[in-house]
Ligand binder design. Structure first.
Ligand code: NAP
Length: 521
């Protein structure tokens, strides 16, 4: 933040008694069409949390217009919730600022003043209204309750965000809020950067799928609190995180500037269960850390902006090759495979590892003597490459079958394996078959790479792990074949990631239970 703005920010927030430590870390947004429904939604949230966590945003603009005019009813609701020791932000977002309130700025001020006087902890006034109403009106409102001036851009993160901050700081206030749409990981970084100078009075994060992790990361970057969605909030917002996950999974209540942030990056990333297992492990080992999922179409731009903010990274499709290239150092497995699923930070140096290789090798070693074993790998993508590499090193005789024969030939040539045709499968018996294509994966669960007569092996290793039991695994079970699931591989590679990042043994049983509970049945 430029020095001039910084000075204005300091001056603007100096007079407030509402310090950054006086509110809980997670504010849950609730809404309803009538005062009764809004009250019911608020009470339902309060019932779910401890007294110290009670912090709600009442979105009054979602009320029907008749309820806006019931000023006494609104004040009663605020008093009732405050009596229950619930901290409250009241928001009456105008249509022009992305909300639903259709009245004038003067009406908005009148309603907000009423609920402020009833005991709200914070009144959210968008900067557009503040500019329309002027300094005197904002000052008067602030006499009734602490005020947060907010800026929203639902389309983009505009260039020159300092201008937006400057508009906010034009009005002395207790908090400022700046929320923009994220269309690129760079937008996340731009907004999170602002928090470094916010002195705990600036709430800032980005919206949308790409912005989702910033709703957690903002707390580590200096935001005094973040927002989360009620169980049935009725307030649309892509990228919102449910309050139960915000507190339970990400442990947002405890996140502060010292919290280490780990992440998984992929495209798409919505399906990833890595946050489920790693957050459980970090919590169990008592580490001040959280683990978020980041959506990024382009690894290079993601890495430029997140490298300095993360303590460790998991990488999933399609970024494993790019991650290996981007790292400062590579362990032998990542070097040989040309792909990494784990980046580990030591100071400012990032080292790439490929724990997929361990995820493949360890479960197989438990069941098979690998030297001299005949193994068929189905597929010729990244997972197949990892498999062919480690199996070759372990002394297996590796064959590859793939939909596109040229890709199989390329891999076989490079790594010293042989390519076989589908027609040959019926007449060949293997010690193990490793399936590495996405066939059978959610949502296309009916997909199956092999016809029944083509699967002739002692062990089937399925790498797909959603669902936990695939069509191919059922086929193998019917044929009496010993099955290793993708879940076992996924867990094994995650245990190793955890060890590399933290130096501690992973709580294996806990992680497995968390994964099995989260997997589609
Ligand atoms: P990838 O690089 O995109 O390779 C996919 C491979 O699957 C390619 O060889 C492709 O064949 C083949 N394929 C795709 N669609 C197909 C279809 N409809 N019919 C036949 N073959 C098809 O992907 P990847 O990184 O190797 O990952 C593949 C799978 O491994 C993922 O689905 C994931 O579930 C699993 N995996 C699991 C773990 C774990 O921890 N359990 C870890 C890593 C990966 P072409 O060459 O013909 O395109």
């Amino acid at each position: 933040m430029p020095e001039g703005l910084l000075h204005r920010h300091r001056k603007a927030t100096r007079t407030s008694g509402l310090g950054p430590r006086s509110l809980p870390k997670v504010c849950v947004t609730v809404a309803g069409p009538s005062l009764d429904r809004l009250r019911a939604a608020a009470l339902a949230e309060i019932a779910r949390i401890t007294p110290a966590q009670r912090f709600l945003e009442l979105r009054l603009d979602f009320l029907r217009p008749a309820a806006w005019r019931d000023l006494r009813g609104l004040a009663r609701l605020v008093r009732d919730l405050r009596r229950r020791r619930c901290a409250l932000i009241v928001t009456l977002r105008s249509i022009a600022a992305g909300g639903k309130f259709a009245g004038s700025a003067e009406e908005q001020l009148q309603i907000l003043s009423e609920v402020a006087a009833a005991g709200s902890n914070l009144v959210d006034l968008e900067v557009e209204s503040a500019e329309h109403l002027g300094h005197a009106a904002v000052r008067a409102l602030r006499k009734a309750a602490p005020v947060m001036i907010s800026f929203h851009d639902y389309r983009e993160t505009p260039a020159g965000l300092e201008m937006a901050l400057g508009r906010l700081h034009h009005f002395p206030a207790d908090y400022y809020k700046l929320v923009t749409q994220s269309n690129d990981p760079l937008d996340n970084a731009t907004v999170l950067d602002l928090l470094a100078h916010g002195r705990g009075h600036l709430v800032a994060f980005t919206m949308g799928e790409i912005g989702r992790p910033t709703r957690v990361m903002c707390l580590a970057a200096g935001s005094p609190f973040t927002y989360a969605a009620a169980l049935r909030s009725g307030v649309p917002g892509i990228g919102q995180i449910p309050a139960t996950l915000m507190r339970g999974l990400y442990r947002a209540d405890r996140i502060g500037k010292r919290t280490r942030v780990f992440a998984v990056v992929g495209h798409p990333i919505g399906h990833s269960l890595s946050p489920v297992i790693h957050n459980v492990a970090l919590a169990d080992r008592g580490l001040d850390a959280t683990y978020v999922a980041c959506e990024a179409a382009d690894f290079v731009s993601f890495w430029e902006t997140f490298r300095s903010r993360l303590a460790g990274l998991s990488i999933t499709m399609p970024h494993k090759e790019a991650a290996a290239r981007a790292a400062d150092e590579r362990d032998p497995a990542a070097e040989r495979a040309g792909a990494a699923n784990t980046l580990v930070r030591r100071g400012d140096v990032w080292k790439a590892y490929n724990t997929d290789a361990i995820g493949l090798l360890r479960p197989l070693q438990k069941r098979l003597k690998l030297a001299g074993a005949r193994v068929l790998v189905a597929g010729a993508g990244g997972a197949a490459r990892a498999a062919v590499t480690v199996l070759g090193e372990a002394g297996c005789r590796v064959s590859i079958v793939n939909r596109t024969a040229e890709k199989a030939q390329e891999l076989a040539r490079e790594l010293g394996a042989e390519v076989v045709t589908r027609e040959s499968l019926a007449g060949t018996r293997y010690d193990a078959v490793i399936h590495t294509t996405p066939l059978g994966m959610t949502p296309n669960v009916a997909g199956c790479f092999f016809e029944p007569h083509e699967l002739n092996t002692r062990i089937l290793f399925e790498t797909v792990y959603t669902p936990a039991t695939t069509c191919l695994m059922r086929l193998a079970q019917r044929k009496g074949i010993d099955v290793i699931s993708g879940v076992e591989m996924f867990l094994t590679q995650a245990f190793e990631q955890f060890r590399l990042w933290t130096g501690k043994k992973a709580p294996e049983k806990l992680m497995e239970d968390a994964l099995r509970a989260a997997l589609p049945k």
